[in-house]
Design a protein around this ligand. Structure first.
Ligand SMILES: Nc1ncnc2c1ncn2[C@@H]1O[C@H](COP(=O)(O)OP(=O)(O)O)[C@@H](O)[C@H]1O
Ligand SMILES: [Mg+2]
Length: 589
C-alpha cells in the first residue's frame, strides 16, 4: 500500500516535470523567427554531417581507386566549403540561442518580479520572503541550461541518431543490422542503470536541499551563532551535511558513469560485427572500402550522442526543480481580484483619499480605526510612528494589497476597488528593504522597471538618482555583471540601482516603506539625492525610522495605534509639543 502511494507520487512528479518543461518551451514560441533560423541551421549542420561520410565513400571508391584525381579535388573542395559553412552556421546558432535563452530568462524574472508585487500580502505572511525568493531567483539560472541544452544538443542528437540509422539501412541493410546489433542491449542496460540511479539522484537532490537550507539559515543567523559562540557545533553539523552530500553524489554518479561503459562496449562490439559480417559473410568484393569508411563514421555519429541522451533525463530532472518553484509562485493567485466589468484607471494625477477607513487583518482586531486624509497630487507625505502603529498597513491599502472593511480608498476620485488592479498598480512604485537585484548586468537590472526602456532612458534614470557616477566607475559600466542579489555592490549602491529601476518605471504614486532602514546614516546621506529626485513630480509616501529622512516632506502624519493623531510640517509639529515632539526627543537622546 505504502509502495503504491509512493509510486503514485512519483508518477505525478514525472507528469508535473513534463508539464513544466512544456511550459518552459512555450516561451520559445515568442521567438518564432529566431527559432526558425536555429532549426534551419540545425538541419543544415545535420544534413552536411550525414553527407560527409557519403562524400568520403564516393571519393574513395570512385576517385582514389580509379585514379580520377581531378574529381577527387572537386569533391574535397565541395566538402571543405560545406564544412566551413557548418562551423559558421553552428556559431550563429549558438549566438542566437544564447540570446533567446537570455531574453526568456529575463522575461520570466520580470514576470516574477511584477507578480510578486501584485500578490496579496497574505502570501508573504506565510513564508520567509527574502530567503525563498533569493533561492528562486538563483534557480532561474538553471532554466537557461535546460532550454539551451534541449534545443542545441538533445534535439539535434536525437535527430542525428535516427537519420544515421535510416541512411545506414538504406545503404546496406545487412551491414547496418550487424553494426547496430548491440542497440537493444544498450537500451536495456541504460534503462536498468537509470532505474537504479534514479533513487540515488533523488537522495542527492534531497541532501543538496538540506545543505542549502542549512547554509541559508546559518548565514541569516550568523550574528546569533557568533554571539553565542556556537561556531563549533555549527561547523560539525555543516561537515556532516557536506559529507552526506558528497557520498550521495558519488554513489549516484558512479552508476551514471556506467552509461559510458555500456555505450563504449556496444560501439566496439558493433564495429567488430560490422567488419565480420562485411568481410567474412558478405565478402570483400561485395562491400566497398568506401562503404566501410562511411559506416565507421556513421557509427561515431550514432554512439557519441547516445551518451548525452542517456544523461538527458537526470540533467533535466535536476534542473527542472528550479523551474517548478518559479512557476509555483507565478501561479499563486492573488486573493484580491478585479470585480466584473472593471475599467482601467486613466493616467493617475496623484490624488489619494481615505474616507473613514477602518481595517483589520483578523476579525475583531482593528488595526486602522477611522482613518481619513486627502492628499494633493505631487505631495510628499511622511508617515512616522512606533513599530506596529499601522504605517505599512496604510500604504498597503493604497496599492490594494488588502481590501478595506469600512470606508473607502480612492485615487483621483476613483474608488480603487472599482478599477482594474493592473492599471492601478502599474502606475505605482513600491520599495521596501528588499531590493531584489538579480544575477545579470546592471543595465538589465534597471530595465526590470520598464522592459522596453531604451539604453538612453536607463542612463537618464541612473543619472537622475545619482547612480550614474558609481556605475561608470565599475569595470564594465552598465554591462557589469552583478553577483546573486548584487553581492558585489555595497548596500548604498544596491539602493541606488533600485532607485534607478523605480525611476525608469516612472510611477505616479511612490511608496517607500522603510526603503532605507537597512543602511547606515552615512550611506543614507549618499542616497539622499537619489531619494529626492525620485520623489519629485509624484505623490509619495515615505515611511522611515530616521526622522532626518522625512524633514523635507510636505506633510507628516503621526500614526499611533491605527489612527493619525497629528499632521503638519516639521515646524508645526515641533511647536505643538505633542506626539511628534516626543518621537523627536526620543531620537535625539
Ligand atoms: N499580515 C498581518 N496579519 C495580522 N496582523 C498584522 C499583519 N501585518 C501587520 N499586522 C498587525 O497590524 C499592526 C500594524 O502593523 P504595521 O502596519 O505593519 O505597522 P508599522 O508598519 O507601523 O510597523 C500590528 O499590530 C501588526 O502586528
Ligand atoms: Mg512597517
Amino acid at each position: 500500500m505504502a509502495t503504491n502511494s509512493y509510486k503514485d507520487d512519483e508518477k505525478q512528479v514525472e507528469q508535473s516535470k513534463a508539464k513544466t518543461l512544456g511550459r518552459l518551451f512555450k516561451y520559445l514560441l515568442d521567438y518564432k523567427f529566431k527559432i526558425t533560423i536555429v532549426l534551419i541551421s540545425m538541419v543544415y549542420a545535420i544534413v552536411i554531417s550525414l553527407i560527409n561520410p557519403l562524400i568520403m565513400a564516393e571519393a574513395i571508391d570512385n576517385c582514389v581507386r580509379k585514379g580520377n584525381y581531378n574529381r577527387l579535388m572537386l569533391m574535397l573542395g565541395i566538402a571543405l566549403v560545406l564544412n566551413v559553412l557548418v562551423v559558421l552556421v553552428v556559431k550563429l546558432r549558438m549566438y542566437i540561442m544564447a540570446k533567446v535563452c537570455n531574453d526568456i530568462i529575463m522575461k520570466i524574472r520580470q514576470q516574477l518580479y511584477t507578480h510578486i508585487q501584485t500578490l496579496d500580502f497574505q502570501f508573504f505572511d506565510s513564508r520567509p520572503t527574502g530567503k525563498i525568493l533569493s533561492r528562486i531567483i538563483g534557480d532561474i539560472n538553471s532554466l537557461k541550461d535546460v532550454l539551451n541544452n534541449c534545443v542545441t544538443s538533445f534535439i539535434p542528437d536525437g535527430v542525428t541518431i535516427i537519420a544515421v540509422m535510416i541512411i545506414m539501412f538504406i545503404k546496406n541493410p545487412i551491414l547496418a543490422a550487424s553494426a547496430l546489433c548491440m542497440t537493444p542491449f544498450m537500451i536495456g542496460g541504460i534503462i536498468f542503470l537509470e532505474i537504479k540511479a534514479h533513487p540515488r539522484w533523488q537522495l542527492f537532490r534531497k541532501k543538496s536541499s538540506n545543505l542549502n537550507a542549512f547554509v541559508h539559515e546559518d548565514m541569516a543567523g550568523i550574528r546569533v551563532i557568533q554571539s553565542f559562540a556556537a561556531e563549533k557545533e555549527t561547523e560539525d553539523t555543516f561537515d556532516g551535511l557536506i559529507d552526506e552530500h558528497r557520498k550521495a553524489f558519488l554513489s549516484a554518479v558512479r552508476l551514471s558513469d556506467g552509461f559510458g561503459s555500456i555505450i563504449d562496449i556496444s560501439w566496439g562490439i558493433g564495429t567488430l560485427c560490422m567488419y565480420f559480417v562485411g568481410i567474412v559473410i558478405l565478402g570483400v568484393d561485395k562491400v566497398s572500402i568506401g562503404t566501410f569508411v562511411a559506416f565507421s563514421s556513421y557509427m561515431g555519429m550514432f554512439w557519441s550522442p547516445m551518451f548525452n541522451l542517456s544523461n538527458f533525463y537526470n540533467q533535466v530532472v535536476t534542473n527542472i526543480a528550479g523551474a517548478e518553484r518559479v512557476f509555483e509562485i507565478l501561479d499563486t493567485p492573488s486573493k484580491i481580484v478585479d470585480v466584473d466589468g472593471v475599467t482601467d484607471i486613466p493616467e493617475i494625477k496623484g490624488n489619494v483619499k481615505f474616507d473613514n477607513v477602518s481595517f483589520s487583518y483578523e476579525e475583531g482586531v482593528k488595526v486602522l480605526d477611522n482613518v481619513s486624509f486627502d492628499i494633493k497630487p505631487g505631495e510628499t507625505i511622511a508617515l512616522v510612528g512606533a513599530t506596529g502603529a499601522g504605517k505599512s498597513t496604510i500604504v498597503n491599502l493604497i496599492s490594494r494589497f488588502y481590501d478595506v472593511q469600512e470606508g473607502k480608498v480612492s485615487v483621483d476620485g476613483y474608488d480603487i476597488t472599482k478599477v482594474s488592479i493592473e492599471s492601478l498598480r502599474s502606475q505605482m512604485g513600491i520599495m521596501t528593504q528588499d531590493n531584489f537585484l538579480f544575477t545579470g548586468t546592471i543595465k538589465e537590472n534597471i530595465r526590470y522597471g520598464k522592459l522596453d526602456a531604451t539604453d538612453d532612458e536607463i542612463i537618464a534614470a541612473a543619472k537622475a538618482v545619482k547612480a550614474h557616477d558609481f556605475i561608470m566607475k565599475l569595470e564594465n559600466g552598465y554591462d557589469t555583471v552583478l553577483a546573486e542579489r548584487g553581492g558585489n555592490l555595497s548596500i548604498g549602491q544596491k539602493q541606488l540601482l533600485a532607485f534607478a529601476r523605480t525611476m525608469v518605471c516612472n510611477p505616479r504614486i511612490l511608496i517607500l516603506d522603510e526603503a532605507t532602514s537597512s543602511i547606515d546614516t552615512n550611506t543614507e546621506r549618499l542616497v539622499q539625492h537619489g531619494i529626492e529626485e525620485l520623489l519629485k513630480g509624484r505623490t509619495s509616501f515615505v515611511i522611515a525610522h530616521r526622522l532626518s529622512t522625512i524633514q523635507k516632506a510636505d506633510r507628516i502624519f503621526v500614526v499611533e495605534d491605527g489612527c493619525i493623531v497629528e499632521e503638519g510640517n516639521v515646524k508645526e509639529l515641533l511647536d505643538k509639543h505633542g506626539a511628534y515632539y516626543r518621537l523627536h526627543m526620543a531620537q535625539a537622546i
